[in-house]
Design a protein around this ligand. Structure first.
Ligand code: ATP
Length: 202
């Protein structure tokens, strides 16, 4: 899954619309301290469905919206768009009818987040699964935050196993299994209720 372009608007320090072209191969981002390098990585995590404000270094998710400076007012929304090359058709069924996917996440103050894929509104879960199936996502081990290596060295075996599972691309399957188990439990409860009703009628 090749990421082609990242567009930011009102996301953290990127108050003005900013377009980042991601060419095949290695991309380096260099700049002075505080210029927004980590914010770019966080924008990638966020568009892939990150829902923990702490992973965005904030107290609430609205903290990703440009908060204003002495010379510029705060914004009411933040938007990140990621354009992906899907010519090898790795996206899950339902998203696989086009060579390019444009995923957009937008957060508006007091209204939460909304997602779109190629102009169509989708759920956060759909976007998370899209990336999980492609062995990437907000928790991908390919995205390494500052301090993460030492955390990994000190992590418990279970946490380390999760990192390996993410890398192996099976975390999407776990999510689907969990959802299937919930449905199964619901169906078993309904069956038990049905049996009670049937008993009452005889
Ligand atoms: P370093 O090299 O020190 O790690 P960096 O280039 O990774 O720095 P970031 O941490 O990405 O920089 O950016 C920090 C800047 O982003 C700070 O100036 C901070 O004020 C600004 N910033 C973060 N969130 C917001 C926000 N919601 N609104 C406006 N500015 C923000």
């Amino acid at each position: 899954m090749q990421f082609n372009r990242l567009r930011l608007n009102g996301f953290k320090s990127f108050v003005d619309p900013t377009d980042l072209i991601i060419s095949p191969g290695l991309t380096g981002v260099v700049g002075p301290n505080g210029c927004g390098k980590s914010n770019l990585l966080e924008a990638l995590r966020w568009i892939m469905g990150e829902n923990r404000p702490t992973a965005m270094r904030g107290a609430g998710m609205e903290d990703v919206i440009f908060a204003g400076t002495t010379s510029r007012g705060a914004r009411h929304f933040a938007e990140v768009a990621l354009i992906i090359d899907n010519s090898d058709r790795v996206a899950p069924a339902g998203f696989n009818d086009s060579d390019t996917l444009e995923i957009i996440r937008r957060i508006t103050r007091d209204a939460g987040s909304a997602y779109k894929v190629n102009g169509r509104e989708v759920r956060a879960r759909d976007v998370q699964m899209l990336f999980a199936d492609a062995s990437t996502g907000a928790h991908s081990p390919a995205l390494v935050r500052q301090g993460q290596i030492s955390e990994l060295i000190n992590a418990r075996p279970k946490a380390r196993r999760r990192v390996l599972e993410e890398a192996a691309g099976i975390s999407g399957l776990y999510q689907r299994r969990h959802e299937a188990e919930l449905k199964l439990n619901g169906t078993e409860t309904n069956l038990a209720r049905l049996a009670d009703v049937a008993d009452g009628m005889t």
